[in-house]
Every structure is written in structure tokens, then in C-alpha cells.
Design a protein around this ligand. Sequence first.
Ligand code: ADP
Length: 269
Amino acid sequence: MSKENPSINDARRRKFEKNPINGTKFTIAISSAKGGVGKSTFATNLALALKNLGLKIGILDADIYGPSLPKLFSIKEKPENRDGKLIPVSKYNIQCMSMGFLTDEQTPMIWRGPMVTSAIKTFTQKVEWKDLDFIIVDMPPGTGDTQLTFAQEIKVDGAIIVSTPQELALQDVKRGIAMFDKLKVNIIGLVDNMSFFTADDGKRYSIFGEGGVKKTAEEFNKKFLGEIPINSDIGKYGDQGKPIVESMPEHDISKLYLKLADQIKSIYL
Ligand code: ADP
């Protein structure tokens, strides 16, 4: 009986193996089905909270059309190109990369799918990420080319889906869950952002509805990771380019992010 040539097996296995991002232990994708639900705000604060736990963290802003990281981290410098590799910009002790570092703010991004795919490949293969425990990937909203490229070609260790509790957003969350499940990307869990507002009198108002994200998580047998209320300090510090976890680590909101970061850390490390 002829045995298959082991080198053919190796080649076949390699073809189906997904590439980890060089220089990183774990890749966590932060995703949302809809724009404007607070995904980038969540991604940056989670990254900072993980750093505060003593881990080495990178952020890859994978939203090629609408990068947020330059504003949220107030980064104006361009990454250095060293021997054909881009060196991430270091801010708040986090290694950062974004399309926004390479184009100016006013340049409209009118790229086609294949160009987006090649930008993502550059950011994952030609950036000198160094000794990272986690790289937090801020995905663009929706279920497009970036998600496909990541899921099919890059080793994503887990995805977190951020949503607000409105019905309209939840519909898209279900689509997002279906996509990750189909592409066999492990969903760590769902986060309910802007879940309620506490007024000065201490009364709690569920402006966008109540419990919707948790219910969706249960319906699809996914973990519910927790809720982050509407708090004007979150927007304020984000707008100042120094997110709340970095500006005010003792703030109640920062402690919520820290708790979530602790959950993520304990899953992987
Ligand atoms: P996305 O990445 O989903 O498009 P952003 O992170 O850019 O969303 O957030 C959209 C807006 O909502 C920003 O102005 C941000 O400051 C604000 N925001 C996000 N989360 C909260 C929150 N929990 N409370 C108050 N404002 C928030």
C-alpha cells in the first residue's frame, strides 16, 4: 500500500492553516453589526484595561474606510518604515496601527474589495508587532471584505460583538453571529453598550430598550459579557484623544472595562 508523501500532507495542511499575526500571542476581533454603537470606544478602552492588567497590547484599527484610532488616541505621527516593515506607533504604552496614520483625514477612501484585502494583509504581515499578549482588532461594522479576510486567512482567537440594545441593532447582531459561526470564528461573547442611563436623581433609564443584547446572547447560546451604561465621560475623554480608562483609571466606568479585561485575560492566559 502506498503511503502519501508527508511533504504533500504538510503543504496541504499549510494551505488550510490560518496565519497568526507575527509578534502576537492572541488576536481578538472587536466587531459590531452596525456603525455608531460604540465599537471603537469599546476596543480602545478594553485594550487600555488589558494593558493596565500588566499585559503587552497592540491595537489594529482595521476600519480601512473610517479609521478611528488617530482621533481616539490623538496620534498624529506616521509609522516608520524600516526595511520594508512598518513600525507601529506607540501611544499609552500600546502598539498602534491604522490606515488613518497613512492617509490624511480629508482623503476619501474609495477602495475596492481587493485593495482592502491587501491593506489588511499589510497590517497583519508587514507590521513589526512586538511581543504582544493580545492584539485587539477594531473591525469595521458589518459583514464585509475585512471580516472575510480575517476569518479566512488570519488566525482570530476570539471575537467580541458590541451592540446597543435597540431592535434594529440586534437584527444585525444576529447576522454577525451567523457570519462568525459560519466562518468558524470563536465568539467570546456579546457586550451591551449604552445599555442604560442613570440620571442625577439616581433613577435608571433604559433609553434603547432593556435586556435585548443579553436575550440575543441566550438565544444563540453565546456568552453575555456585560453592559456598559451611557456615560458622558466616555464620549468626553474619547473626544479628547485619551480614553476614560487612561484618563481616569479609578472611574466606575473604567472599573467595568477592567472587569471585562480580566474576563478576557482569564480565558487565554
Ligand atoms: P463605532 O465604532 O461603533 O462606530 P464609536 O466608538 O465611534 O462607535 O462611538 C460612537 C459615539 O458614541 C462616540 O461619540 C462615543 O464617544 C460615544 N459612545 C460610545 N460608547 C458610549 C457610552 N457607553 N456612553 C456614552 N457615549 C458613548
